[in-house]
Ligand binder design. Structure first.
Ligand code: NG6
Ligand code: CA
Length: 488
């Protein structure tokens, strides 16, 4: 297999802020995810699958570059007008796959920056995903709560009227234009914190924008717009091999389901958009079956970070969540140093190659790069994918262990170390509970040590009773951070 003679299609479906406990196959009972459960049934369900970080940009950076996010100080939650943080010329997962003969595409959320700063949204956008390994790109620039609220295909804003140019500003409002702060009467969904700037489609966002009226997205159509592009990409490239990074926007705020899903789950918009996401996954699986691609396609599903209920809008996520634990048994959630921040759903199927089942092997999204390179027999230069380990046997269900060591990030570059069952969190300044979201950050003035095998909920700090483990892991974390690579 490692001779590269076999080149399966690869699809990574990547949710935004979906938690370890949000799928029925991971134990949710108030929410049903039949299509994701179907994927779990036909593939391998990881009980210890990790994003590299508890927020979006750093996790996506690692997925695409095979590098830990904290190596790049720019890999923090980005504004919608931020310059691209993947340097031109840096080898990426899609770039490696291009070299292996794949046609590569991205559809959905990008959030890794565009252009080189001071971007003119009305001209050619450069650099864009097209410059870091993608042949096809249909994206939103950042997040669905950040301006500009437009789709970008290739290098161009979709549907832009040249007589109505787009301007974006993250500091100053445009005089005369309404904002969420000043014009709450225009809002169909109120903000709870932040998100009080430009009003687009009756929802106030982060950042200000003017113009581009015809190009503005409608949140309730976003799922179908992205799905349609993702399915078209598969259809057009069905001769293969292709790689599709389908980065769904759900269940990130603002949560606005299409009419088919609004009100269907009883959990409010957050539940409804998860039902919608599940449907999108089902449409993709059905399409693969219909095109006869189910056998020769590796299908991966995961999420960029853990869950959050109130992330800035009054959408009843908190009020209607009784009986639903978005992070399952894990402590914390999005933004957190605890496992709820980074341990996420991870499903992999490859019919005829992966024996269906569950696995406790520890794997991280940063490892896809080296693992697929190994599958395809693609050599990796030492300075490429520097933290990506070949865990292909674990991904295929042939190794029950996977990674023995993993560095994870909470928010803003704060790191922690996993070694086997041990988790070490260094002392960090900052509030123990995050303002507004109410999520436990994991910050503490003292070191924390947890044993995940005995205590998945990270309730008992074993640091006081195991000072030698704390010392060893603190030293190791420092060594890793001072090194320029962990792949040997
Ligand atoms: C935060 C936003 C949050 C979300 C997050 C990024 C506020 C108050 N909060 O700053 O709503 O957009 O950034 O989420 O503005 S992520 O999934 O893309 O990392
Ligand atoms: Ca996210």
């Amino acid at each position: 297999m490692a001779d590269g003679s076999q080149r399966p299609n690869i699809i990574i479906m990547y949710a935004d802020d979906l938690g370890f406990g949000d799928l029925s196959c991971y134990g949710a009972t108030r929410l049903q995810t039949p299509n994701l459960d179907r994927l779990a049934d036909q593939g391998l369900q990881f009980m210890q699958g990790y994003a590299t970080a508890a927020t979006c940009t750093p996790s996506r950076y690692s997925l695409l570059t095979g590098s830990y996010p904290w190596r790049n100080p720019g890999a923090r939650i980005l504004a919608g007008d931020a310059p691209m943080i993947i340097p031109r010329g840096m080898q990426t997962l899609p770039g490696m796959l291009q070299e292996a003969g794949y046609v590569t595409g991205i559809v959905g959320k990008w959030h890794l920056g565009l252009g080189e700063g001071d971007l003119d949204w009305n001209g050619d956008i450069d650099p864009s995903p097209l410059d870091v390994g993608f042949d096809y790109s249909f994206i939103m620039a950042a997040t669905n709560d950040r301006v500009p609220c437009v789709y970008v295909e290739g290098r161009r804003v979709v549907g832009l009227d040249p007589d109505d140019p787009i301007e974006v500003d993250y500091e100053n409002p445009f005089p005369g234009l309404p904002t969420g702060r000043d014009n709450p009467e225009l809002l169909r969904m109120k903000y709870s914190h932040g998100h009080d700037m430009a009003v687009v489609n009756g929802i106030s966002r982060i950042g200000y924008m003017r113009g581009g009226t015809k190009a503005l997205w409608k949140d309730e159509e976003m799922a179908e717009v992205f799905l349609e592009r993702a399915l078209s990409f598969v259809n057009e490239n069905r001769e293969g091999p292709f790689f599709l990074y389908y980065a769904l926007h759900q269940p990130h705020v603002p949560r606005v389901p299409g009419p088919r899903f609004a009100g269907t789950t009883g959990l409010g918009p957050r539940g409804d958009v998860i039902a919608e996401l599940d449907w999108c996954v089902g449409q993709m699986l059905d399409t693969l079956e219909r095109l006869g691609l189910a056998e020769n396609t590796i299908v991966i599903f995961s999420s960029d970070n853990g869950p959050v209920l109130d992330d800035g809008y009054e959408d009843q996520a908190v009020e209607l969540s009784a009986g639903h634990r978005p992070a399952g048994p894990l402590r914390g959630g999005k933004y957190s140093l605890f496992d709820g921040g980074t341990r996420v759903p991870l499903l992999i199927s490859w019919k005829g190659h992966i024996e269906p089942g569950r696995t406790d092997a520890k794997v991280c999204q940063v490892d896809f790069f080296a693992s697929f390179a190994a599958l395809l027999g693609q050599p990796l230069a030492p300075d490429v994918a520097v933290d990506s380990l070949n865990v292909l046997p674990a991904l295929l269900g042939q190794d029950p262990v996977g990674r023995t060591e993993l560095v994870l990030e909470g928010t803003g570059g704060k790191t922690l170390l996993h070694q086997g069952e041990w988790v070490f969190i260094p002392p960090y300044k900052g509030p123990a509970v995050r303002k507004y979201t109410g999520i436990e950050s994991g910050n503490a003035p003292y070191p924390q040590l947890y044993n995940l095998n005995a205590d998945i909920g990270q309730q008992e700090n074993l640091a006081p009773s195991h000072p030698e483990v704390v010392d060893r892991m603190a030293a190791r974390l420092k060594t890793i951070q001072e090194s320029d690579r962990t792949r040997t």
